[in-house]
Structures are given as structure tokens and as C-alpha cells.
Design a protein around this ligand. Sequence first.
Ligand code: MN
Length: 363
Amino acid sequence: MTEFDPQAPLTTGGQHGYLRIATEEAWATQELMDEWRRMIEAGEGGTGFHSLIGHYVTSDSDRARFVREHLVDSGERRIAHMDAAGVDHAILALTSPGTQAFGADVGTRIARNANDELAEAIKKHPTRFSGLAAVSFEDVPAAVAELERAVNELGLKGLIVNSHIRGRYLSEQEFWPILEAVEALDVPLYLHPNTPNDSMIGTLYEAGLDGSVFGFQVETSMHALKMITSGVFDRFPKLRMVLGHMGEALPFWLYRLDYMHGGMVKAGRYPAIKPLQRTISEYVRENIWITTSGMPAPEPILFSRKVLGDDRVMYAMDYPYNYEPDEVRMQDALPLSLPEKKAFFQDIALDVFDLDENVIRGA
Ligand code: MN
């Protein structure tokens, strides 16, 4: 069946040939939301924080209310929505900007409590939820220790980073012990968007384009590129990274990135641009997996599979920001064979996040 059918039933259990594993599903603790609200009311934090969180925490619009009410649910209401959309399993991670609006003390406390709470939700619903660890990147040794605890003791499956760390990036070597730990634990780093930092947000904000509509993608694809061009993946060649939102458009740019980066290296044009062991497109193809969160249209999915490989693109919903059962139907209707669809919805996620199919099936 490759025809989009708005009446198609969406069931869990995999009778149609695959489980649907949604790989980028947003979640928040009440403690996190309360601290964000306090900051908004106190006027603390940057322009991007106020644009994004000020809206979702205080707006009376239907969308903002829906999002903030469902972000904090890791139980029955979320599961009911997963059932209605045919989603078998969701990988939860702290929504943007997570702990990354805070200094080290508050961030470390909220991350630790969030990891504990997430582990409890997973213990209660092991067939439905897995999760990614949160840390405060502002205290690197504490972040390494918390990541190790979250993976080894709590069973979390990777690390979420909601892009820039109050204007700083994982290309900065100060953060590399965290990347070293991610690589050593052999878990993926999920690089999720944030609104642009204060030195780049101005024009986007004035245009109303700083958020998930476009600014997220500009900021996050730049973060991924800064990591590549700074040599992160030469230093940590086995580091696995996941990008949502169709790879933040990087699949579309590969030729130009390779061509221009090569030219800049030869010309010695910038101190930040230096020779690398591989081409930009090789890092994107070899170290990065992408998900379809909020990007259910078939053309870019098929294009990305073509340029990155059919083992690199996996399904995500981006709940509760995108809760549209028709988006699941659109992806069910991709013109792919059943084994290809099984890889897209299920097998790549099992592999990348080291999930146990038997646990998800309750077998
Ligand atoms: Mn998202």
C-alpha cells in the first residue's frame, strides 16, 4: 500500500509488518517547567529563551496549552495518544532547551532528577518508553558522571543536547570529555535544536522565524557543522550523532559543503577552517543518523535516504509539538518495500539506540 489513506487504521502491535518506534519525543519534568516559568517572570535568560519558552509557558493559545500539558505526561495520556497514532514505542528526551538555560548548579540538579523520573516512567511502561539522559553541560566532570550513571545504572539510551549551551558549542574542546564519554559508552548523542543564540537571533526574531519554523534548523545545522569542522569526529571517530528534522537540511547541502570547505582549507581563509581527515559529507554519512521529526513529507525523506543511505533515516513524530496521526499515515504510505519500511520505522532505531525488540513487544 503506497497510497495515502486518511481512513487507514493506525494500530500498535506490528500486524502490518513493523513496530513504529518514534525516536524524538519531547518531555519535561514539572521541576524544569517551574524553573523556566520563574526565569520568564524574573526576566532572566536570552532572547531565544523568552521567544520559545515565554510562549509555551505563558500563552493561552490552544497549541501552547496542548504542548505544555502533554510535555509533562509520561503516563496514560501520552500512551493513549501513542495508541491513537499507532506508535508502539517512544524515545523520550528533555524538550528544548532542557537544562541549557541554567547555570551548573540548577542544571545538574534538574538533569539528575529528570533522569530519575524518566527511568521510573520507563520501569512502569517498558514496552512503551525508552529515554535519553540529560546533563548540565556547564559542569563537565559532573556531566560525565551523570551520563555514566544514567546509562549504566538507569538504562537510558543516549544523551540529549538541545544545541547551544548559552551561546557555546560542542566544537569547543572544553566539552570534549563529555563526547569522549558518549563514544566510550557507545550510545548516540542526539543533537536537538534550540532557538539561535543571542549573537545570531536578531534578524530571525524580528521576522518571527527564530523558532521551529526555521531558526531551529539554521542554528542546529550550524552546530553540527561546527562540530565537524572543528575536528570532533577526527578526535572521536566512533562518535554517533543523531539529528532530527530531516538532518536539519544537511543532506541537501552535501556537495556545496564539500566543495566550499575544500576550497577554504586550500586558501587558508579562516583560522577555524582546517584540514580534516575526511570530507564533510563523509562525516555526515558515517557519523550521523537522521530522523523525520516534524518532517513527514515524502520527497525529502526519499531524497535523504538516497544521499545518506537507507540505513540512516528513521521515523520520529516530535510529540507533542507534532501530534498529527495523518503524519504517521503519510509515512506508512512511503513508496518503499515492506523490509525498507520496517527498517525505517523499527530496525534502525533498535540498532542505533540499542533497544530490545522483545521488551517492546512485551515478549
Ligand atoms: Mn523536535
